[in-house]
Design a protein around this ligand. Structure first.
Ligand code: UD1
Length: 427
């Protein structure tokens, strides 16, 4: 297993281009199955999860190619609605195939999806949404078979504004007969991106970005070309890393309007941000200030996917902060690792109490999931001494070669693969 070796303690500085959004690209890749023919997607990042999705599409009979940041997917030859169990277990996002396969073939077989171990991560809202559109669902143990001779638009209310369930229902309803009105829908920018993509294919969907999405079913969709939005979580991770190392970093090709809640938190912490269109500069020249209370919640509130990274900044802040996690119940696994680096954090149920310390110190720590791993990288960059982050494959799911990303900003950080020689970080 790869490790990252980080020699911390230097401020990050420089300019970085933000890659395309994993969470937008994954449902969009699945949605390609809704039409027959060749799609061309640009700004698609090279990530483990994207590779898994392309593998699945290939196993279902499509032809896929990922060159530079461009993906071509030809779905004309797709001929299977059985998502292979081994790939299904590799990531949660394999669930996105359910809606498109059901719409295209009238049938789909999937297994309980895998993914980051950050909570129970049920799929009941996905299943209930598809049932409301007329699907019959047969669950036995890990296997789920879903069938519908015809999908029919319906009024669907989500008990929780689930991102994945909103997207699955939008995809299944795009070619259903009649109109679907989805209320208490999630409002994430990635959902707006999916709506724009589906509409580029000929769908008739309005409302994404609000809590009510109306999907007027259309007869048929066509392939299209489409550019994926920038990854707001990668951008946020870089912004927090710049602040935690007391550096100055300029991000290009980002969408600052997708990062308002983080910008607000950074402002409260005394971190400066300046914005000009899709370029943003973040700088922090003094010790950050504590932020009394941050609560994670669906968009536009503070994202759960940046909770662990911000906790590193608060660990180094002057004063006492509280972080409340309301989206996933198992998302404090980084706390123990941060404490091993000298942070002073205690937790009680879904609240973390963070007493800022002057310094944290390098240690050997384990990335337990994608964003926890990103937080440990930030901690390593800000710490005195050497940090070794293990289980890097979790981080590779969402960051395109994170070591290259931060090396470009002056970080002394290397990947240590079992096949490569030991590292010399002396220079
Ligand atoms: C998506 C993002 C993930 C992010 C999360 C919340 C992708 C590929 N992933 O994940 O990075 O952390 O949104 O912003 O876009 N739930 C149920 N039943 C369901 C579905 C969800 O109870 O059928 C619960 C989950 O267990 C969780 C909460 O709802 O507690 C949020 O999950 P959801 O919004 O669905 O997240 P994902 O789509 O899995």
């Amino acid at each position: 297993m790869d490790k990252l070796v980080i020699e911390g303690g230097s401020p990050l500085s420089g300019t970085i281009r933000i890659h395309g959004a994993k969470n937008a690209a994954l449902p969009i890749l699945a949605a390609c199955l809704l039409a027959e023919g060749q799609f061309k997607l640009s700004n698609v990042p090279h990530l483990l999860d994207i590779e898994v999705m392309l593998n699945i599409l290939g196993r279902l009979g499509s032809k896929c190619k990922h060159e530079l940041e461009s993906v071509t997917v030809d779905t004309a030859s797709a001929n299977s609605f059985h998502v292979p169990e081994d790939l299904m277990k590799q990531m949660r996002s394999s669930i996105f195939l359910m809606g498109p396969l059901l719409a295209r073939f009238g049938e789909v077989t999937i297994y309980q999806p895998g993914g980051c171990a950050i909570g129970e991560r049920k799929i009941d809202l996905h299943l209930r949404g598809l049932q409301a559109l007329g699907a019959e669902i047969d669950e036995s143990d890990q296997k789920i078979h879903c069938k519908a001779s015809r999908l029919v638009g319906a009024d669907i209310h989500l008990d929780f504004a689930s991102v994945g369930a909103t997207e699955n229902i939008m995809m299944a309803a795009a070619t259903a007969s009649g109109t679907t009105v989805l209320s208490n829908a999630a409002r994430e920018p990635e959902i707006q991106d999916l709506q724009n993509f589906l509409n580029s294919m000929g769908a008739n969907i309005i409302g994404a970005g609000t809590d009510t999405i109306t999907i007027h079913g259309v007869e048929k969709l066509q392939p299209c070309q489409y550019e994926i939005i920038p990854d707001r979580i990668v951008a946020g991770t870089v912004m927090i890393a710049a602040a935690a190392t007391r550096g100055q970093v300029t991000l290009t090709h980002c969408n600052p309007s997708h990062l308002s809640s983080l910008i607000h938190v950074l402002k409260r912490a005394g971190v400066q941000t300046s914005i000009c269109n899709d370029i943003m500069t973040v700088s922090c020249m003094a010790r950050p200030k504590a932020v009394e209370r941050i609560v994670t919640s669906p968009y536009p509130s503070f994202p759960t996917d940046l909770q662990s990274q911000v906790m590193v900044l608060l660990s180094l802040a002057d004063g006492f902060s509280i972080m409340k996690e309301t989206v996933f119940e198992g998302r404090f696994k980084h706390v123990e690792e941060l404490c091993r680096m000298g942070a002073d954090i205690t937790t009680d149920l879904n609240c973390a109490f963070i007493r800022g310390v002057q310094r944290i110190y390098g240690a050997t720590v384990e990335a337990t999931d994608l964003r926890a791993g990103a937080a440990l990288v930030i901690a390593g960059l800000a710490a005195q001494g050497t940090t070794i982050v293990e289980q890097v494959h979790h981080i590779d799911r969402g960051y395109d070669r994170i070591e290259k990303m931060f090396q470009g900003l002056g970080a002394r950080m290397m990947r240590h693969s079992p096949v490569t020689k030991p590292l010399d970080l002396a220079n």
